[in-house]
Design a protein around this ligand. Structure first.
Ligand code: FE
Ligand code: CA
Length: 519
């Protein structure tokens, strides 16, 4: 059967479903005018994200086959339909929006008026095409005493380095939302670990970044995972370029030129994600990704931006910018240096201090615990993670301690390894109190560091209760009033198309007792 025919059938079936509902709005039964598509304009799939008690963001982006190219120059009307049931017999609400080439024909419907803690199904219609059906869930009422929050924590999905076995498993599970902590796309390649290939070279322009995002969404497991659950997201460096910090890239490009590239990358990121806000209209190299989110009385979650507002890495290689391991770097101790930027840091500290929810969850892109190694010349520090911003880390942890916050859980990604760690005011100092707990998830597909280096990191960092970089996967989190259970779901590198994940290790964080313990 031709794809086009399939879509006709899907649409006919969908319209018959509308017609069979007495309460359906008149407009809902009216077929939407518009193109007769030769190929599926919804090939990138659908997504939902940033759940709140009264709504979520619904996303799709139209794509145009060569046969449909004439449509690309035109604005397109797209309808987003929301249902209370999987069979799409009980329509709830619908929106009609217009999109065009200036926003890459992306569609963001910021849906309100939904019920808290409720599951919904949705799809998009444009002309004679209907999208796949997505499923989402709103956040519970802010006052509700929620007993359980289930999160799939994931990051780092280099397309070339493996298949998305993690997403395939996540898509099949019952959970509240996927928490993706960055490196959604990679701009760069490493021929050594290539199982499948990026199309095109390193992206520089908006069209380049659009094409890269579209290629990532050509993966059926990733699309299924978006369609199955709402996502909550932040980004890391590879959404723009490896190791970038604020207005500086790893080649010391002219900051003005780099900010134009960053604007292109942010725009393409927004066009492909279920987000409420995109780049700033006046300053398109700025985009707010940090957000606060509430899950009943159980949890409050801050998604943080560790890239856009940070100070440049300390003591970089003058010939080759970006991250490196530094020893004897005095600049690390400069008091004003910040990972989040002063504004975001204040916003977070004020929010933490004011929070009345049991669990305070910091969802950020990198590792907060230390991973330095003692050398004859002094202790080494990886200048790109929180070790490169030690006073900012200390400010944050001291603030948590001074506010007497007991149940702070830091979630991270970026380093391509599973980590369960104690966060002390003074890292690895047994006399220093543990003030928070950290769970870093391994990468979905990106390769991790070698075991020899990791063994020495483990040896020099007793705060790391678990650190394994050899496997790929995601982390399953169950948040309950009395405690959090983190299960590292993993498969050996590389994740193949038929990989099945198993449990690597499980850790518990008890309410009222900061710190992780093996389950
Ligand atoms: Fe990564
Ligand atoms: Ca990264």
């Amino acid at each position: 059967m031709q794809r086009r025919e399939l879509h006709r059938l899907a649409l006919a079936w969908a319209l018959s479903a509308w017609a069979g509902v007495p309460g359906a709005h008149a407009a809902a039964r009216r077929p939407l005018g518009g193109p007769r598509w030769q190929a599926d304009p919804f090939a990138l799939g659908v997504a939902s994200g940033q759940p709140r008690p009264d709504g979520v963001v619904f996303w799709t982006r139209l794509v145009f086959s060569p046969a449909d190219m004439a449509q690309q120059a035109l604005p397109q009307r797209v309808r987003c339909e929301v249902f209370a049931d999987e069979a799409l017999r009980q329509p709830v609400r619908q929106w009609e929006v217009e999109t065009d080439a200036r926003r890459g024909h992306s569609v963001h419907v910021v849906a309100g008026g939904l019920q808290p803690g409720t599951r919904y199904w949705y799809r998009f219609v444009c002309g004679d095409a209907a999208s796949p059906v997505g499923r989402t869930r709103t956040a519970p009422h802010a006052g509700e005493r929620v007993g359980l929050l289930r999160i799939a924590q994931a990051s780092c999905q280099h397309y070339e380095q493996g298949w998305y076995a993690a997403h395939r498993e996540i898509a099949q599970r019952e959970l509240d939302f996927v928490l993706f902590l960055g490196d959604y796309i990679y701009e760069s390649s490493n021929a050594k670990y290539r199982l499948r290939a990026h199309q095109g070279g390193v992206p520089m322009t908006l069209d380049d970044y659009r094409a890269r995002h579209a290629q990532y969404k050509s993966d059926a497991d990733l699309r299924a995972c978006h369609a199955a659950h709402p996502w909550v997201m932040t980004w890391d460096d590879h959404e723009v370029v490896n190791d970038y910090a604020n207005d500086l890239d790893n080649r010391y490009s002219d900051p003005q030129a780099f900010l134009r590239r960053r604007a292109a990358a942010y725009q393409a990121y927004f066009e492909h994600m279920p987000l409420r806000i995109g780049p700033d209209a006046e300053q398109p190299h700025r985009m707010r990704i940090h957000e606060r989110m509430v899950w009943g009385q159980l949890a409050e979650l801050w998604t943080l931006d560790c890239r856009q507002h940070r100070h440049h890495q300390a003591c970089p290689d003058p010939n080759r910018g970006g991250a490196r391991v530094v020893i004897g770097c005095d600049a690390l101790q400069e008091a004003g240096r910040s990972m989040l930027g002063a504004e975001q840091e204040d916003w977070l500290m004020q929010g933490l201090a004011a929070s009345t929810r049991r669990w305070k969850v910091l969802a950020q892109s990198t590792q907060m615990s230390s991973s330095g190694v003692a050398t004859p010349m002094g202790r080494s520090s990886f200048n790109d993670a929180w070790d490169g911003y030690p006073l900012a880390r200390e400010r944050l942890l001291a603030g948590i301690q001074q506010a007497r916050l007991e149940d702070v859980l830091v979630l991270g990604g970026d380093v391509h390894m599973n980590v369960a760690a104690q966060l002390r005011l003074r890292p690895n100092d047994e006399r220093s109190p543990i003030v928070a707990s950290e769970i870093v998830t391994t990468s979905v597909s990106s390769r991790g560091m070698g075991e020899r280096l990791l063994a020495s990191i483990r040896e020099h960092n007793p705060d790391l209760c678990h650190a394994r970089a050899d496997e790929r996967g995601y982390t399953w989190l169950e948040v309950r009033p009395e405690g959090v259970r983190a299960s590292f779901r993993a498969t050996p590198f590389p994740a193949r198309s038929d990989s099945v994940l198993r449990e690597q290790a499980q850790f518990l964080v008890q309410s009222g007792h900061a710190g992780v313990a093996r389950a």
